[in-house]
Every structure is written in structure tokens, then in C-alpha cells.
Design a protein around this ligand. Structure first.
Ligand code: FES
Length: 306
């Protein structure tokens, strides 16, 4: 009996992925497509040079909105184009279709700008998927542009190009979903501190064990913490950067907005150490922070901030 189960498992292990699994397998192959790396490197370096840390980059990342701007914007071209293709099925709606295609093309500008900004601060496997996603969406835009150009003289050909454009955009959107949902681009990577730390105050260490004005890492159960002492004041953040999980205790201390901030060593996201507020992206989610107090006998205690 046991051997027949093992045989069945082995057979399952070698079974080809079913039709519904194939897109995911294809996307996983794109993750490992090292052949894309020279383009990824050159383009990424160019974007980083053109977009230094500051208000412009922060706006493109979505820092003022508290979440990445790109996922919200991608709905505009896709929604317009899908509506245009549906209207193409209804006689007498040619003008409305043209307006929707034009609106979709116009909305690709902010969509692409925000996407490029986010893409430039990802891991290489994520960037490979992002590059193919962008190539699909760029091709879709070119097909819709062609559709718009030929509609006056050859409406049937224009409708065909729109249909093709929507198909390519849908394939690109699948890769965008893989990037966001499977590879976690855009999601917060900070630890769920309130679930992991338990209720109430926790003893951390003696205040004399903490160096002055130098970030250090301390452990509280499963949680890695960034601890920063300035004289009698102790600030504590989750150590895992909300952008992609970088180790914040290895970052630089800078002063912005009148307070000490920690700049992540991986992509430079900057957080106020006092409460985890995002000062600069690419992170958009606040870094989980802790309330602290020092007891009469010099012990540092902490609990998650609500
Ligand atoms: S991991 Fe990217 S900025 Fe911290």
C-alpha cells in the first residue's frame, strides 16, 4: 500500500503542469531569465541616476498616499482599452471607442513613470519579470496607437489591432500580478509585530547596554528590532524594512524633519526612528514602531505602538 502511494507521488512529481498552471511556470522561468540582466542593469542604473532621492521620486513611489501609486494607475489604461474593445462590438460607437483608446494612451504616461520608479528599486529576479511586464504593456500601447491611426480609413483593421492590444495587455497584467502577489513587489515586508510580540510591556535590556547614537539590533522573541538610543531616549522599530525586508540596523542615521532617521542600506528608504514615519521611499508603508519606557532600575521596556 505504502509503495503504491509513493509511486503515485513520484508520478505526480513528474506530471507536466496543467493548462492553468502553465502561465505561473512561464512567469517563474522569466524570474530566472539571466539573459535579461544586461538590459535590466543598464535601465535600472539609468532610472536611479535620473531619479535621485527626493520629493519627485517619493511622489512617483506613492509615499504621500501611503501605498504604491502604480497599482492604482494601471487600472486606467486597461479599463479604457477593455471598454473600447467591447464598444467595438456595438455598431455606431466608433467615436466613443476612439476617445477611450486615446484616454488609455494618455494614462500610460503616469502609469509607466510610477512603474519605472518602483521597478528600479527591486531585486533582480523581480526586475526580470517587471521588464517583460513593461515590454508587454509597451507593445499593447503601440498596438492601440496603431489602431487609432488606421481607424479612419480601415476600421476593421483598427478593431483587430485593438483586440490584439488587449490580449497583449492582459498577458502583461498577469506578469504584473505575479510580480506583486507572488514576488511581493509593492507589499509591505515589515513583520506583523503586534501578532508576534504579545500583549503588554516586554523587558528588552539594560539602558547601559545600548551605545549612544548608534543603531543596533536586538531580539525580542521572534522579532528583530532596530534600537537607537539618544541619551535617555530609546527608540525601537522593527528591523525588517517595510519595502523589501532590508536590515535597518545596518543603515545610516540621518537627520530629516528635525529628527533622527534611519536610511535603509538596500534602497535608501528613510524612516523617522521615533515613530517609523516614511520620510523617503521607495517604501510607502510606515515602519512598525514601539513605545518604550525606562524603569527605575534602568531596564528598557517596550510594547508595539497602536
Ligand atoms: S529594503 Fe528596499 S529600502 Fe529597505
Amino acid at each position: 500500500m505504502r509503495s503504491s502511494v509513493a509511486t503515485a507521488r513520484r508520478a505526480g512529481a513528474h506530471r507536466k503542469p496543467g493548462p492553468l498552471r502553465r502561465p505561473a511556470a512561464l512567469a517563474e522561468r522569466v524570474e530566472q531569465a539571466h539573459v535579461l540582466d544586461p538590459v535590466v542593469r543598464r535601465l535600472s542604473d539609468g532610472v536611479v541616476r535620473a531619479l535621485p532621492t527626493g520629493p519627485r521620486a517619493d511622489a512617483l513611489h506613492g509615499v504621500p498616499f501611503g501605498q504604491p501609486a502604480h497599482p492604482a494607475l494601471v487600472r486606467l489604461p486597461l479599463g479604457c482599452w477593455m471598454s473600447a474593445v467591447l464598444l467595438d462590438l456595438i455598431p455606431g460607437t466608433g467615436r466613443a471607442s476612439r476617445i477611450l483608446i486615446g484616454a488609455g494612451l494618455a494614462s500610460t504616461v503616469p502609469t509607466a513613470a510610477t512603474g519605472l520608479a518602483d521597478w528600479s528599486a527591486l531585486h533582480t529576479d523581480q526586475q526580470r519579470v517587471g521588464l517583460v511586464h513593461a515590454a508587454c504593456q509597451g507593445s499593447a500601447a503601440a498596438l492601440f496607437l496603431g489602431s487609432l491611426a488606421v481607424r479612419a480609413g480601415r476600421p476593421g483593421y483598427g478593431r483587430l489591432l485593438s483586440g490584439l492590444g488587449l490580449a497583449v495587455a492582459t498577458a502583461g497584467s498577469y506578469l504584473g500580478g505575479h510580480l506583486a502577489l507572488r514576488l511581493g513587489a509593492g507589499a509591505s515586508h515589515a513583520e506583523p509585530v503586534s501578532h508576534l510580540s504579545g500583549l503588554g510591556w516586554h523587558d528588552l535590556c539594560g539602558i547601559g547596554e545600548l551605545p549612544d547614537r548608534r543603531p543596533v539590533r536586538r531580539q525580542l522573541g521572534y522579532l528583530s528590532l532596530l534600537v537607537y538610543r539618544q541619551g535617555p531616549e530609546v527608540s525601537v522599530l522593527s528591523d525588517r524594512c517595510s519595502h523589501l525586508g532590508g536590515p535597518l540596523h545596518q543603515g545610516r542615521i540621518v537627520v530629516e524633519r528635525g529628527g533622527a532617521c534611519i536610511a535603509c542600506p538596500w534602497h535608501g528608504s528613510t524612516f523617522l526612528v521615533a515613530d517609523g514615519t516614511v520620510v523617503h521611499g521607495p517604501a510607502t508603508a510606515r515602519q512598525p514602531a514601539f513605545e518604550t519606557r525606562v524603569t527605575a532600575d534602568g531596564r528598557v521596556e517596550l510594547k508595539p505602538r497602536p
